[in-house]
Design a protein around this ligand. Structure first.
Ligand code: MV4
Length: 445
């Protein structure tokens, strides 16, 4: 096992990784920006290194500075968390070239899944269902029009180098597709430095359902069930739950097998997530694979009892994952509420000083946060400040616990998204599990 792990991240996920390391007896190194001197991850890690200025480009995204911090402190592995360098194949390669271990998948798997059209082709060849569309990037407008005529409108153009909702264009007819083709290519070139785009049949009102994967170097690849992530706003997830109210055990087993096949086809290792779109008629299609530990991983931990970050550490050290063999049946129901420091009206970030903080606890409640009373949230980073995760014997109990915990969570001094969650919990469609990716449109300002 590693003696010392450097955590190339900040906020709640840095604390989460420190916690897993500590349980395994591994020493930790925090890196931080000038703006993050007073952060909890800096205080809680065994050592801390300041690696640069407040803007991510100068610190958490500065590969040279991160590697230097690992070399100076004698760390033997780097955990990237999520965001920042987590899905940067080049960074993962450099980590290995410097004789360190990257706690995550092989660079080749990151690179493959980072190219959304390559990923689509690869998993499709492995027998995983994909939506009708192109298996290669589109060469020209004519090719797009021909394909769309064949599969029918509406269609969606996606940037190969995009993902997570960035660089997509919808077209309902030929006229729209002609325009969208040029716009999409230009935008892809500008945003990602790669003009490659591909086309898919556009699915109306799908659910976003993603499967948690673990894969170790001993050839074991398993899934730990799904998370329903349909409650999103501008491609930012607000609330996630497991299991999905839409899946039967049979659908879970089938989609889980497909997710495992997708991961295997990529030569995957570590924790990862296979995203699917689930159509109202019950058919599912591969969307993307995320090659990192995700923000919403705790809902899976709550219903499976598996410590995903601990498993990442074991797997990266070449050990077998410690998940018992056999089918994993979700135990009860978990919901995660993402608490953002943002204006509840405009959703604009609302950094500032936390003057008072009271956190809920009790049965079935988990809070992952880096907040403390007196902490000043800097304006340079993501506005996620806390994750409230609740667990119950069933969905109804989880919802009741969620409401109870949300009402006893007090954060003063900044504006947050807390009240929005209480509204969602009271929504009739939500309570009945009738979810789709357009759900939040009714709450738009
Ligand atoms: C789609 C789609 C419908 N049809 N692809 C958005 C995120 C990116 N990963 C892909 N996305 C979508 N792809 C086809 N062929 C609808 C979306 C989509 C969406 C997906 C998941 C969660 C929220 C969403 C919100 C709008 C659109």
């Amino acid at each position: 096992m590693f003696s010392k792990v450097l955590i190339a991240n900040r906020g709640e996920i840095a604390l989460r990784i420190i916690a897993a390391c500590r349980e395994l007896g591994i020493a930790t190194v925090a890196v931080h920006s000038v703006a993050d001197r007073d952060c909890l991850h800096v205080r809680q890690a065994d050592e801390a290194v300041c690696i640069g200025g407040p803007y991510p480009q100068n610190s958490y995204l500065n590969i040279t500075a991160v590697i230097a911090a690992a070399e100076i402190t004698g760390a033997d592995a780097i955990h990237p968390g999520y965001g920042f360098l987590a899905e940067n194949a080049h960074f993962a390669e450099i980590v290995h070239e410097c004789g360190l271990t990257f706690i995550g998948p092989p660079p080749s798997a990151i690179r493959l899944m980072g190219n959304k059209s390559e990923a689509r082709k690869k998993v499709s060849a492995a027998g995983v269902p994909v939506l009708p569309g192109s298996l290669e990037p589109l060469q020209n407008r004519g090719e797009a029009l021909e394909l769309a005529a064949e599969i029918g409108y509406p269609v969606i153009l996606k940037a190969s180098a995009g993902g997570g909702g960035r660089g997509m264009r919808l077209a309902h007819d030929e006229r729209e597709l002609k325009r969208a083709f040029d716009t999409a290519r230009n935008e892809a070139e500008k945003a990602f430095g790669d003009p490659a785009i591909y086309l898919e049949k556009y699915l109306e009102q799908p659910r976003h359902i993603e499967f948690q994967i673990l894969a170790d170097t001993h050839g074991r690849v398993i899934h730990l069930g799904e998370r329903e992530c349909s409650i999103q706003r501008r491609h930012q997830k607000l609330l996630e739950e497991s299991p999905s109210p839409a899946l039967t055990p049979e659908m879970r087993a089938e989609m889980g097998r497909a997710a495992v096949a997708a991961a295997r086809s990529a030569g995957y290792l570590s924790a990862g997530t296979v995203e699917f779109l689930l159509a109202p008629d019950g058919t599912y299609s591969f969307m993307e694979m995320n090659t990192r530990i995700q923000v919403e991983h705790p809902v899976t931990e709550m219903v499976t009892g598996v410590d995903l970050v601990k498993e990442q550490l074991l797997i990266a050290a070449g050990q077998r994952m410690t998940v018992p063999k056999g089918r994993i049946v979700p135990n009860g129901h978990a919901i995660e509420f993402r608490i953002n420091a943002e204006d509840p009206e405009t959703f604009a970030p609302s950094p500032g000083r936390v003057s008072f903080l009271a956190l809920p606890g009790g049965p079935g409640v988990r809070v992952d946060t880096h907040l403390y009373a007196g902490y000043s949230i800097p304006p340079y980073y993501d506005s996620l400040v806390a994750k409230l995760i609740v667990h119950g014997r069933d969905r109804e109990e989880a919802i009741a616990r969620g409401r109870r915990a949300l009402t006893s969570l007090e954060i003063e001094g900044i504006r947050t998204s807390l009240a929005l969650h209480l509204r969602i919990l009271d929504d009739r469609d939500f309570r009945e599990g009738r979810l789709h990716t357009g759900f939040m449109e009714r709450y738009q300002v």
